[in-house]
Design a binder for this molecule. Structure first.
Ligand SMILES: NC(=O)c1ccc[n+]([C@@H]2O[C@H](COP(=O)([O-])OP(=O)(O)OC[C@H]3O[C@@H](n4cnc5c(N)ncnc54)[C@H](OP(=O)(O)O)[C@@H]3O)[C@@H](O)[C@H]2O)c1
Length: 248
């Protein structure tokens, strides 16, 4: 992977890049959150092919995906994505675990799932993981499902009828999970970005056209005005662009 040359049609830089350096996070004060999202999209804006994102990303995308996980304190996803993509625990190799420990992080970042309905299967592989996942929910959640999930996950109640994204981030930050990697999906992403809570977007632009009528990287209701982002970097490999955009 290399840095795309300014002006486009860039020859990739010959050496492989240090992804840790390119995606380094700024310091995050105790009790505060830095929210980074990571998505892959086709050139025509599709965020899924037949309901999953796997067909969009190649090996370089998977390297970026892993690196971002290894830099995060917590991986945050909406229930739709956790189910559609059959989420499991984050895999961190031993050497990275040591690096994380040395940096004051837990060896493995937990996965936090946002769900109001709690239609999550407590026997799903995510809930059998060594690292106990978190479930962020609201007071209106069904009590029986809450009880079932509380046996296999740490439950955080952040809102009345739905999960308040700001309250959810606050609850995570209070547990020392300030560096948040949101892996989607589109509904959660739109809620965070629309509320002004998204600090950066890491977007892989995959060199293919998927066609109309696909989910995009944001979903739900229209916003009153656009959110402006500033380009952080562009990397390139095999025709895919790896874009990092920061909140203005
Ligand atoms: N291209 C990519 O990089 C990428 C990344 C992620 C996902 N995807 C794709 O996106 C699709 C899934 O889309 P989606 O919109 O269903 O994803 P989602 O945002 O992961 O899930 C939506 C669900 O999350 C819960 N949720 C989100 N915000 C909430 C809030 N404020 N309060 C309470 N609950 C909240 C709700 O769950 P409950 O219904 O349980 O209340 C809601 O139905 C899949 O096809 C997946 O492959 C693509």
């Amino acid at each position: 992977m290399g840095q795309a040359a300014a002006g486009g049609h860039g020859e990739p830089a010959p050496d492989d890049v240090d992804l840790d350096a390119w995606y380094r996070l700024p310091p995050v004060a105790a009790g505060k959150a830095h929210v980074r999202s990571n998505f892959v999209s086709s050139l025509d804006g599709a965020a899924e092919v037949d309901g999953r994102s796997g067909a969009l990303g190649g090996s370089a995308d998977r390297r970026v995906f892993r690196t971002l996980r290894w830099l995060a304190d917590v991986v945050l996803v909406g229930a739709g994505t956790a189910v559609a993509e059959d989420y499991g625990p984050v895999i961190v190799p031993p050497q990275r675990r040591e690096q994380r420990l040395a940096a004051g992080q837990a060896p493995v970042p937990p996965v936090a799932v946002i769900s109001g309905s709690l239609r999550l299967d407590p026997s799903a592989r995510l809930f059998g993981a060594d690292v106990r996942p978190l479930v962020l929910t609201c007071r209106a959640a069904p009590a029986d499902r809450y009880r079932e999930l509380a046996a296999v996950a740490d439950m955080l109640v952040c809102g009345d009828e739905t999960v308040d994204p700001a309250a959810a981030l606050h609850a995570l930050a209070e547990r020392g999970l300030g560096r948040v990697l949101c892996e989607g999906g589109p509904s959660l992403h739109a809620a965070l970005a629309g509320a002004g809570l998204l600090d950066e977007l890491c977007l892989t632009l995959a060199p293919l056209l998927v066609g109309p009528d696909r989910i995009r990287i944001v979903g739900g209701h229209r916003w009153p005005m656009p959110v402006t982002m500033a380009l952080g970097h562009v990397l390139e490999e095999d025709g895919s662009l790896f874009l990092r955009y920061l909140r203005r």
